[in-house]
Ligand binder design. Structure first.
Ligand SMILES: Cc1cc2nc3c(=O)[nH]c(=O)nc-3n(C[C@H](O)[C@H](O)[C@H](O)COP(=O)(O)O)c2cc1C
Length: 338
C-alpha cells in the first residue's frame, strides 16, 4: 500500500498523534490490530530480513483501554549491523530513522505524515535476546490477561491527561505505575500449555522425536492422522472435517508449535494443506476463529538433513503469523543425519 493510502487508513481508525506537546488519548478501536498486521507485514516484506520478528505492543495492543493514537511495534533482528544496512529500505517505506534515540541497542524509526505534524507508527527494533523486547511483551500480555489491571493503568493515564500533563512529562509521570505493573507482570509470567501441530509424512519419526524432547508436555496433533481436507473455494470449502476442531485447540493453548520436517526445501505437504485452510478463518462461519488467533504465540520446529534450515523456510509461517496478528517467536531446528 502506498504511503498516503496508509496514512488515510490510520486516520480512518483514529490513529495519528499531533506533535503539539500535548497528550491525547482515544478509546480503543477493534481495527487497530489489523492496522498493526498490515503495517508489520509491509515492513517485513520491504526489509527482506527473514529473521525479523515484529510484535504489536503498547497501549493500542491492549483491548479496551484508551491509548495515545500511535501504534507501537517492537521487534528483533539477528544483528543490528544487518538492520543498519536496511535503513534506506525503511526510509523508502516512509519511516524516519532515528537511531538509538536514547535507548542503547535500539533502532527507533517513526512513520509521520508528510508535514511531520503527526506520528502514526513507532517502530522499536533490538537485537535478538535484548531484554527490552521481553519487557514490552510481558507487560502487554499481563494487561491483556488482567482487564482490571489494564483498567487501573487506563485510569492513571486519564488522570494525567485531565490534569493537563504535557507530553514531555507524561512518560515520566506514569513511570511509577508502569514499573509496579511490570514487576507484577514479570512475577506472573507463566509457562503455559503447548499444542503441537505435526506435519511429518506417515512413518516419519525425526521431527516428532525432536518435538517430544523440546516440549515434553505438549499435546500433539498428527496431521496425517486427521481428516483435514485441502482448501476449496466457496462455502463448500467450509468442510466439517477435523480442521475447525484443531483451530479450537489452538485457541485453547498458550503456545502453538508448528512442527514440520524439511521436504524439498519447504514445509511438508500436510502442513501446507493445513495452512491453506487458514483462508477459511478470514470470512464465513469460522471468521471469529481467525480474529481470536490475534496475539496467540507460535513457534516453528523442524528437522532436516542439511546443517541449517533452507533459506526462506520461515517466511511463509512468519508472514502468516503477521497476517493474523499472531506472535511468531522463530524456529528451532535440528539436523538429523539418518
Ligand atoms: C520427501 C523428502 C524430502 C526431503 N527434502 C529435504 C531437504 O530439502 N532438505 C533437507 O535438509 N532434508 C530433506 N529431507 C530429509 C528430512 O528433512 C529429514 O530426514 C527429516 O528429519 C525427516 O523428518 P521426519 O522423520 O519427521 O519426516 C527430505 C526427506 C524427504 C522424505
Amino acid at each position: 500500500m502506498e504511503y498516503l493510502d496508509r496514512l488515510s487508513a490510520f486516520r480512518a481508525e483514529k490513529i495519528g498523534l499531533e506533535r503539539d506537546g500535548r497528550v491525547r488519548l482515544v478509546s480503543h478501536e477493534f481495527r487497530w490490530k489489523r492496522l498493526f498486521s498490515d503495517e508489520a507485514h509491509l515492513v517485513y516484506d520491504f526489509l527482506r530480513l527473514e529473521e525479523l520478528r515484529l510484535y504489536h505492543c503498547g497501549s493500542t495492543s491492549i483491548p479496551g483501554i484508551a491509548a495515545k493514537p500511535v501504534i507501537d511495534i517492537v521487534g528483533s533482528v539477528p544483528s543490528l549491523a544487518a538492520l543498519d544496512e536496511k535503513k534506506a529500505a525503511l526510509e523508502a517505506l516512509g519511516y524516519e530513522w532515528k537511531g538509538e534515540y536514547g535507548i542503547p541497542g535500539r533502532r527507533y524509526s517513526v512513520l509521520y505524515n508528510q508535514e511531520k505534524t503527526a506520528g502514526y507508527i513507532h517502530l522499536h527494533l533490538f537485537e535478538e535476546g535484548n531484554p527490552e523486547i521481553e519487557r514490552h511483551l510481558v507487560f502487554r500480555d499481563y494487561l491483556r490477561a488482567h482487564p482490571e489491571k489494564a483498567a487501573a493503568y487506563e485510569q492513571e493515564k486519564l488522570r494525567l491527561v485531565e490534569a493537563g500533563t504535557p507530553r514531555s512529562e507524561y512518560t515520566e509521570a506514569k513511570a511509577g505505575v508502569l514499573s509496579s505493573l511490570l514487576a507484577e507482570a514479570e512475577a506472573w509470567r507463566k509457562t503455559g500449555s503447548v499444542l503441537a501441530i505435526l506435519g511429518s509424512a506417515p512413518g516419519g519419526k525425526n521431527t516428532e522425536a525432536f518435538l517430544r524432547e523440546k516440549y515434553p508436555g505438549a499435546e500433539v496433533v498428527h496431521l496425517h492422522r486427521e481428516d483435514v481436507r485441502p482448501y476449496q473455494y466457496g462455502e463448500a470449502g467450509e468442510h466439517s472435517d477435523a480442521f475447525p476442531g484443531i483451530v479450537e485447540k489452538m485457541l485453547g493453548a498458550d503456545l502453538v508449535v508448528f512442527a514440520t520436517p524439511v521436504y524439498w526445501y519447504a514445509m511438508s505437504g500436510p502442513m501446507k494443506d493445513f495452512l491453506d485452510r487458514f483462508s477459511n478463518l478470514l470470512r464465513g462461519k469460522h471468521k471469529a476463529y481467525g480474529e481470536a488467533l490475534y496475539g496467540k504465540q507460535m513457534r516453528l520446529l523442524s528437522t532436516g538433513y542439511d546443517d541449517r534450515l533452507p533459506f526462506g523456510f520461515e517466511v511463509p509461517l512468519a508472514s502468516t503469523a503477521l497476517y493474523l496478528g499472531m506472535d511468531y517467536f522463530g524456529a528451532e531446528y535440528r539436523a538429523v543425519k539418518t
